[in-house]
Design a protein around this ligand. Sequence first.
Ligand code: DC
Length: 245
Amino acid sequence: MKIKRKKFVITIDGPASSGKSTTAKMLAKKLNCIYIDSGSMYRAVALYLKDNSIDLENENALKEVLYEINIEILYKPEKNENAIFLNGKDVSTKIRNSEITNYSSIIAKKKIIRERMVELQRKMAETQSIIMDGRDIGTVVFPDADFKFFLKASIDERAKRRFLEMKDKSASSETESRFSRVWRMDNISLGKIKKDLKWRDRTDSNREISPLKMANDAIEIDTTNLTIEEQTQKILDILKYEITL
Ligand code: DC
């Protein structure tokens, strides 16, 4: 299956845990193109700034640091997913903990950081077709994208998905001892996840620069009662006249 156009950009925006990245990944597999989860880039920057105790208010330090940070996203066929490398180190797991998750929302408010991310994101689409998901991809990064989607889901459904995802990750982590695994499982609370998600929704939607917003020409899909397969199929149905088998 592929899109008839020679080169295309598909954007998928929406709030945290609305299913964007999983849909982008599945869609990319069906359409034989790459996908980029732009949130992972903000997460990698957050990790670097935290690990190196960089003061977010020090614009000069930030400017310097941003050009020291090398972010690479590589497709791992054996896992059928992307891995993210920060200055040569695979940080795919590290960027998913709740501290970095919340911090990525804070650092994403900074203009200078956003400008650099947008530059990198546009570069990725220069020579290849791409599906990119995030918060401002259809509004700011690729305002002229070929197809734009905006996914949403109820807060309860999103919290449930994140809870199950964390539980799943925690249970399948082979590097953790049984003891720490049990400890972590006990520490995942649905209430806390919901509170964090609401805080992130507010932070991402109310920031001054490139807030989370649906582009005027995006198609909205409510994924509350849909499985990943169903939401991907919904997008494929919308694109059907653009696809050849
Ligand atoms: O999609 P995610 O939850 O992994 O994103 C992590 C944070 O990164 C999110 O809370 C806000 C920020 N982000 C952003 O500001 N713009 C994007 N295009 C993607 C993510």
